[in-house]
Design a protein around this ligand. Sequence first.
Ligand SMILES: [Fe+2]
Length: 350
Amino acid sequence: MRFPVSEPLADGSARCLVVDADPGVREALTCLLEAQGFSCDSASSGLEALRHLSRDRDLPLVVSDLKVPDLDGFRLLAELHDRSPDAAVILMSDAADAPTAVECMRQGASDFLVKPISLHELEARVTSALEKRALILRNRFYQQHLESRLQTQGNRIKELFLQGVQLLARALEAKDAYTRGHSIRVSHYAVATARAIGLEDGALDDIRLGGELHDIGKIGTREAVLHKPGRLTEAEQGQIREHVTLGEQMLSPLAHESPTVLRCVRSHHERMDGRGFPDGLAGNRIPIEARIIAVADAFDAMTTLRPYRAPLAPEAALGELRRVSGSQLDADVVLAFGDVFPQLQALVPA
Ligand SMILES: [Fe+2]
């Protein structure tokens, strides 16, 4: 049998499955498609076609009669898509079955041809179906590639921002000798306490960062106030208090991705009795992360040298935490801190 010769559609590596009960039709289609550069397999029934597809899930093209032994057209199409979801499927039908073939197109067939088939028409439909398939695959690739690049860039921007604010935290410690190492210790104490309470993974990461950055707003506090050895005036206390809101503003780019970190910064000076700042929140209205940072912060403040007093011994500081448990600090968090206290003592500065 001779076929019209035109430019091949495929390069010899493209595979195709021809499904038809009539051996003459299978042979004719196979010859045409091989002349177009396809490497063809053929099947005489639906079940035989499915066995082929199970072995070759990336098959690009299937040309199948609508009525093949074992499976009707809808079932065959569903099974084809299930096994080889990216295959372009061209169905062939008798004129009487054309409405069924149209319905098959609604359900995902690429095209259909009415028998008897013009070989030129088949060639044109194959071209069109493969172009459509290539477009779908290309769009999907670009979409996935773009999403992946956006994700990578977003992560990089967040990483750079965090590196920047962590540098600021180090700069704050360089500015204020009395808080040197404070943020890192608070972070360690808070994470250990949070773990004892039962928080895990992402929540622990946020608390780790929240601990490191909780006092970042003090970078905006005047050194004369920050280092003042004597009692602070009302106005100076006000300036110190501003560090929580200033810190929250500085970290606002994290608002969407790490809101917990912002809550740690804003609310770590709230008190259980509602007498803290900046919002006067009480009890459980204070975010749990901030209640944890508050305990860690209080412990570190008591166990390190301050301009106005000598450090307390760790056991004495733990006793003080217990004394203000329930009024200033969350009682459950203080209990959890007490549980991990033996492993934290080594971190207390000598
Ligand atoms: Fe603070």
